[in-house]
Design a protein around this ligand. Structure first.
Ligand code: GRF
Length: 197
């Protein structure tokens, strides 16, 4: 399964995928990594792994619709079977979503705490258990059909950063396990239900 991975930051989820893809038995390969900004560690990780990269910045386009078109063109050049949003901090518009299936990983248990501050919002709410969700991207914010979830207990002395770091540990394994199974066993979506195998 050919993957294009989209990143905006550190890229530890990307790194976990790159490491898994080094084994041919894993069943997937990262054919390109795209970003919405320059100079991020995620792009450097791709370059170190010898994976082609591209940058598509909103500010280089006249409108968000133009950016959506440019992002689609950049992704389509690599003919992915699946686009993986791994810490990509942009909402992607219909052109890309209508052409390619896309999954996103979110640091909370959807449908709770959508948006950019999933870990901090869960902590502020006072939940005792939170986690990470892998879902198929639709036109909402963290609302798509759920592929997998993993839980993390909240500690009394957690800060948003410490909680997010612990979530990211399970998030990476969940991402790697799920993408590998999707690649090797196939997957389908019926309504809100994602089935692997
Ligand atoms: C992940 O927790 C992701 O869910 C969130 O941002 C983080 C990205 O981490 N949106 P990294 O760039 O993969 O290290």
């Amino acid at each position: 399964m050919r993957l294009v991975v989209l990143v905006s930051g550190t890229g530890t989820n990307l790194q976990a995928l790159l490491d898994a893809c080094a084994d041919p038995a894993y069943g997937a390969e990262v054919v390109a990594v795209g970003a919405d900004r320059d100079g991020i560690e995620g792009l450097a990780r791709a370059q170190r792994a010898g994976v082609p990269t591209f940058v598509c910045r909103v500010r280089d386009h006249e409108s968000r619709a133009d950016w959506d078109g440019a992002l689609l063109e950049a992704v389509a050049a690599y003919e992915p079977d699946l686009v993986v949003s791994a810490g990509f901090m942009k909402l992607v518009g219909p052109p890309l979503l209508e052409r390619f299936p896309m999954v996103n990983t979110h640091p909370a248990l959807c449908p709770a705490f959508p948006g950019t501050q999933g870990a901090a919002d869960a902590l502020a709410y006072g939940v005792k258990v939170t986690g990470a969700t892998l879902f198929v991207v639709d036109d909402g914010v963290d609302t798509g059909p759920i592929v997998a979830q993993a839980t993390v207990p909240v500690a009394d002395d957690d800060t948003p950063a410490s909680l997010h770091e612990r979530i990211k540990v399970v998030e990476r394994s969940m991402l790697v396990d799920s993408i590998g199974r999707m690649a090797r066993e196939g997957w389908s979506v019926t309504g809100r239900h994602v089935r692997i195998g």
